[in-house]
Ligand binder design. Structure first.
Ligand SMILES: Cc1cc2nc3c(=O)[nH]c(=O)nc-3n(C[C@H](O)[C@H](O)[C@H](O)COP(=O)(O)OP(=O)(O)OC[C@H]3O[C@@H](n4cnc5c(N)ncnc54)[C@H](O)[C@@H]3O)c2cc1C
Ligand SMILES: NC(=O)c1ccc[n+]([C@@H]2O[C@H](COP(=O)([O-])OP(=O)(O)OC[C@H]3O[C@@H](n4cnc5c(N)ncnc54)[C@H](OP(=O)(O)O)[C@@H]3O)[C@@H](O)[C@H]2O)c1
Length: 279
């Protein structure tokens, strides 16, 4: 299919004028009626650290008076690892969301805007050396960890990597479940991961074999018991948090309670936090 032929009359696919920051969509996968992932061509010069985010978007409709088009951009975690030749994103579909009401209709061959300025705190450089790396995510907050759990450097730096992901419903866990399965099945990655990746998915509003909020499972000690490990301590454990604002606030109190301190790129400590979206 040619690039022109792929530009259909779907709302998202209104032709994006050729921009220096455009990236061609290679594939799209819909996971639920509210979640999808897609892969785009990676600009050759774009370097990033696994866990960082960039601004992506589409052109707005032309101004009726001037005919001019402005870009509509949103922050997105890069879900692919830094060695990948393509870039992957994992996205919510907000019904009336200015960007995602259109972005959810992208098709292979369409172009999106991708500003090549990666930033973010969910990087291993912002953490002091430790033995266990915990990744705490709700909803699409798993996106930066989709990048990190595919990065060999993470397993060189940590003896154990524990991914806790909580969603309302079972179907919303599928992207993460398949990702972990793929990591463990990948010929090269599985050798590096070598059983170090532990996955702890839970739901809160639909029956599943493991249930409960990340925060409750940490406070009650259930997750430590289930995994057969010692509770968290600041000598051994490092954390990365990505969820809604209330979740981030609640889990910070818990991590502080275990004696861990929040760090940043400029001041590495025991855990780092990023919002999965702005409410
Ligand atoms: C640092 C950072 C990284 C982000 N990374 C991602 C990502 O990897 N994937 C992603 O889907 N979104 C991500 N977001 C959110 C993203 O920037 C947009 O808000 C989202 O794409 C919706 O855009 P919109 O224009 O359709 O609606 P907006 O006007 O931006 O949002 C409308 C409302 O939808 C809800 N909402 C927005 N995003 C989400 C979400 N991800 N999950 C649940 N509810 C949401 C909120 O209630 C918000 O007020 C990130 C945000 C930040 C700050
Ligand atoms: N996903 C849906 O089916 C759905 C349906 C209607 C509307 N929406 C709207 O879409 C937006 C995002 O929904 P979402 O489901 O992706 O994300 P979300 O509301 O952030 O929920 C994701 C997961 O995080 C948990 N959580 C929320 N606050 C928490 C906290 N303070 N501490 C610990 N865990 C917490 C939720 O548990 P709890 O279930 O216990 O809250 C849920 O399991 C919200 O604004 C929501 O109102 C979503």
């Amino acid at each position: 299919m040619t690039e022109t032929a792929a530009v259909t009359d779907t709302p998202a696919a209104r032709p994006t004028p050729k921009l220096p920051d455009s990236a061609k969509v290679l594939s799209v996968k819909h996971w639920t009626d509210k979640l999808f992932s897609f892969r785009v061509e990676r600009p050759q010069s774009l370097r990033f650290r696994s866990g960082e985010f960039v601004m992506i978007g589409l052109m707005q409709d032309p101004d009726p008076k001037t005919g001019k088009q402005k870009p509509l951009l949103r922050a997105y975690s890069i879900a692919s690892p830094n060695w990948d030749e393509e870039m992957e994103f994992y996205s919510i579909k907000v019904q009336d969301g200015p960007l995602t009401s259109r972005l959810q209709h992208i098709q292979p061959g369409d172009e999106i805007i991708l500003r090549p300025k990666p930033v973010g705190t969910l990087v291993t450089d912002a953490l002091l050396p430790g033995k266990r790396l915990w990744m705490f995510a709700t909803g699409t907050g798993i996106a930066p960890f989709a990048s990190l759990i595919r990065d060999p450097e993470v397993y060189e730096k940590f003896e154990e990597v524990i991914l806790m992901h909580t969603c309302r419903e079972v179907g919303e866990l599928e992207y993460g479940r398949q990702l972990v399965e793929d990591v463990n099945a990948d010929e090269m990655l599985s050798e590096i991961v070598n059983g170090k990746l532990r996955y702890y998915p839970t739901t809160t509003r639909e029956d599943f074999h493991k249930m409960g909020r990340v925060t409750d499972n940490l406070s009650s000690g259930k997750v430590f018991k289930d995994l057969g490990i010692e509770p968290m301590n600041p000598e051994m454990d490092r954390g990365m948090v990505c969820g809604n604002l209330a979740f981030n606030k609640d889990i910070m109190v818990i991590l502080d309670g275990f004696g861990l301190r929040e760090g940043a790129n400029s001041d590495p400590k025991e855990y780092v936090v990023e919002k999965a979206f702005v409410d």
